[in-house]
Ligand binder design. Structure first.
Ligand code: NAI
Length: 325
């Protein structure tokens, strides 16, 4: 067995944690079956009792990798010596609430957690923000955790990425689709890009997805991916949780242990100015990961329409940033 990892999950009593994030972590799906885990579950006081119930269930699963588990409502306690933080807990958008109200309520949460990470995090602590508005929350958190490198912060666009992969597979009847990507904000302005994707046909041949996709099917894929979150809410009465939990694990697994050779994935990371997104904003990009580090894939060919769409999404990110910083 390796040394245990200390992993923080905020919003641990919520849907995403319950519908797979916690069990996948303890099953070894993220960090391997040889890595014990010390879980720190960060919650707010009204959710502590429910969280205690979740902890009882986790014990009942008898995961061999569960080394230690603690619930806390104190960010400082949660982040002390943390290796990986899944920041899932966020204030939900309520009826009649403006987006600016949502941004403000979440700002308070991520300022506090950022300050706490600043004091108690490590040079190597890696953070993924899942709670919405994820990109701007990640920006706030990283600003207030200024003693940690910016590259240690990310936000999740992997669910949008996985949805794109799945839609390409559906429209082409293929398997093993890879190298789709998402640019921009995790919002309806996001820009799914399928042109670089490759896939395996039923006959076992690897071909460019673009050969099998019409412009109509590409538009359908973009619309479906952009609206999928709302579609799930319309059907379930609740937002995506099972698929979000899987995506969060995919995101951190690839970050920690590397992407497959010849493959890129989507992560929300601090922009270096590439693809027209102003430097410093947290935008989704195609990335490759190696040795625990991500790097943006540069030089993908994009159409003028895609470049304009990324500009629109970047403007939205800038507007959000101006509202909270
Ligand atoms: P949920 O409402 O079921 O659970 C949220 C949990 O966060 C609750 O247990 C709540 O008590 C806790 N919480 C609230 N404020 C907190 C704080 N300051 N510190 C610690 N915990 C706190 O929500 P669910 O479905 O688990 O989703 C969580 C977040 O993830 C939401 O913001 C949702 O919009 C977002 N999300 C993001 C996706 C993405 O692709 N980036 C996909 C799906 C959801």
């Amino acid at each position: 067995f390796k040394e245990p990892l200390r992993v923080v999950v905020s919003g641990a009593a919520g849907q995403i944690s319950y519908s797979g994030l916690l069990s996948k972590l303890l099953n070894g799906d993220c960090f391997g079956r040889d890595t014990p885990i010390e879980l720190r579950l960060l919650e707010i006081p009204p959710a502590v009792r429910a969280c205690e119930g979740v902890v009882k269930e986790l014990h009942d699963c008898a995961f061999p990798l569960l080394k230690d588990i603690k619930i806390t409502t104190e960010a400082d306690e949660a982040f002390d010596g943390v290796d990986y933080a899944f920041l899932v807990g966020a204030f939900p958008r309520k009826k009649g609430m403006e987006r600016s109200d949502l941004l403000q309520r979440n700002k308070d949460i991520f300022v506090k957690q950022g300050k706490s990470l600043n004091r108690f995090g490590k040079e190597t602590t890696k953070v993924v923000v899942v709670g919405n508005p994820a990109n701007t929350n990640a920006l706030i958190c990283s600003e207030y955790a200024h003693s940690l490198p910016k590259k240690n912060f990310s936000c999740m666009s992997r669910l949008d990425h996985n949805r794109t992969i799945s839609q390409v597979a559906k429209h082409t009847g293929a398997t093993h689709v890879k190298n789709c990507c998402i640019f921009g904000n995790h919002s309806p302005t996001m820009v799914p890009v399928v042109e670089p994707a490759t896939l395996e046909t039923k006959e076992g041949l690897t071909v460019a997805a673009d050969c099998l996709l019409t412009s109509v099917s590409k538009e359908m894929i973009t619309d479906t991916v952009r609206q999928r979150g709302s579609e799930i809410i319309a059907f379930r009465g609740l937002s995506s949780a099972l698929s979000a939990a899987k995506a969060a694990v995919d995101h951190v697994k690839d970050w920690a242990s590397g992407t497959q050779p010849g493959e890129f994935v989507s992560m929300g990371v601090c922009s270096d100015g590439s693809y027209g997104v102003p430097e410093g904003l947290f935008s989704s990009y195609p990335v490759v990961c190696k040795g625990g580090e991500w790097s943006i894939v540069h030089g993908l060919g994009l159409s003028e329409a895609q470049k304009e769409a990324i500009e629109i999404s970047a403007k939205e990110l800038l507007k959000e940033a101006e509202m909270v910083l």
